[in-house]
Design a protein around this ligand. Structure first.
Ligand code: BT5
Length: 268
């Protein structure tokens, strides 16, 4: 059981159950547990603070209380397994649109899951976790997609721990003015609704993949891709219609379903 305090409930069109916590261990962990109890498609959890915010591969997501938009959405979708990456892409694209609408910034997407400012520093990260062993009586297997967006922190490199200096930035730092987390959430969910509808059809998924392709700064970059047990280097040339990364290497073209990407330098 994780800790949580003071949940506040509200709703928006398409999202009738939004649970806002002052403090919780992890909004992703919370929704995965709620899903095991039968919570339905589109339940949303938001927190002012996480005491055990999760990144990918056992890493952590850090943010001082009240400074990040920390939000997760529970999805139960008839989504082919190979297209699962598009669930996190839907959230990343909705977040990029919301950031654009609220701040005028135009974040780009670094494959697989980061939103970067124009200078390449990280503004936000997405984590998708599926529970494929969930009991079938509750509907399609749950996928929880969470995003942490640096809204008011860091204000400068002075705020950052050593390992993140030069790596992380915030909407406030980039836009030069404070940004309201609640308005950003409303905007994000407003953009997410139609994206979730798109996930339900092959045509919708192809459209999502092509939007992702357009905003993905990894395409055209020299990359090193670290996967469990192997590493490849090459030039990222494309995304498949499932959102997987295509990399041209000396040994031919490889398609990467999941991995960590380091941008080495722009191609050409
Ligand atoms: C991610 O992982 O970027 C996914 C982060 C997802 C966080 C959300 S918050 C709501 C929901 N509930 C959760 O528990 N999680 C999700 P990854 O690509 O592994 O990046 C993690 C790495 O980014 C860390 O190891 C740090 O180096 C760095 N990092 C940590 N906090 C950061 C921050 N606030 N801004 C920028 N970089 C950060």
């Amino acid at each position: 059981m994780g800790d949580s305090s003071s949940s506040d409930s509200r709703s928006l069109p398409g999202f009738s159950d939004i649970r806002w916590f002052d403090s919780i261990d992890s909004t992703n962990r919370y929704l995965l547990e709620e899903a095991r109890g039968g919570a339905p498609h589109r339940v949303v959890a938001v927190a002012d603070h996480q005491t055990a915010g999760r990144g990918r591969l056992g890493r952590s997501w850090e943010a001082p209380p009240g400074s990040n938009l920390l939000v997760s959405v529970l999805l139960r979708l008839d989504l082919p397994a190979e297209a699962r990456h598009l669930a996190s892409a839907a959230v990343a694209l909705a977040a990029a649109s919301a950031i654009g609408a609220e701040t005028g910034l135009a974040p780009v997407i670094k494959w697989p899951n980061d939103l970067l400012a124009a200078d390449g520093r990280k503004l936000a990260g997405v984590l998708a976790e599926a529970d494929l062993a969930a009991p079938p009586e509750h509907g399609y297997p749950p996928i929880v997609v969470g995003i942490g967006i640096n809204v008011g922190w860091p204000r400068s490199d002075d705020d950052l721990p050593e390992g993140l200096v030069g790596q992380a930035t915030s909407l406030q730092q980039e836009a030069g003015h404070p940004v309201d987390r609640s308005a950003l959430l409303d905007s994000l969910l407003g953009y997410l609704g139609p994206r979730l509808t798109s996930l339900g059809t092959p045509e919708g998924r192809a459209g999502l993949a092509s939007d992702l392709r357009r905003q993905c700064v990894t395409i055209g970059s020299r990359v090193r891709v670290e996967m469990p047990g192997s590493v490849i280097e090459g030039t990222a040339t494309d995304l498949t219609d499932e959102g997987h990364l295509v990399v041209a290497t000396d040994g031919g073209s490889k398609t990467v379903v999941a991995g960590d990407v380091v941008h080495l330098r722009p191609a050409g």
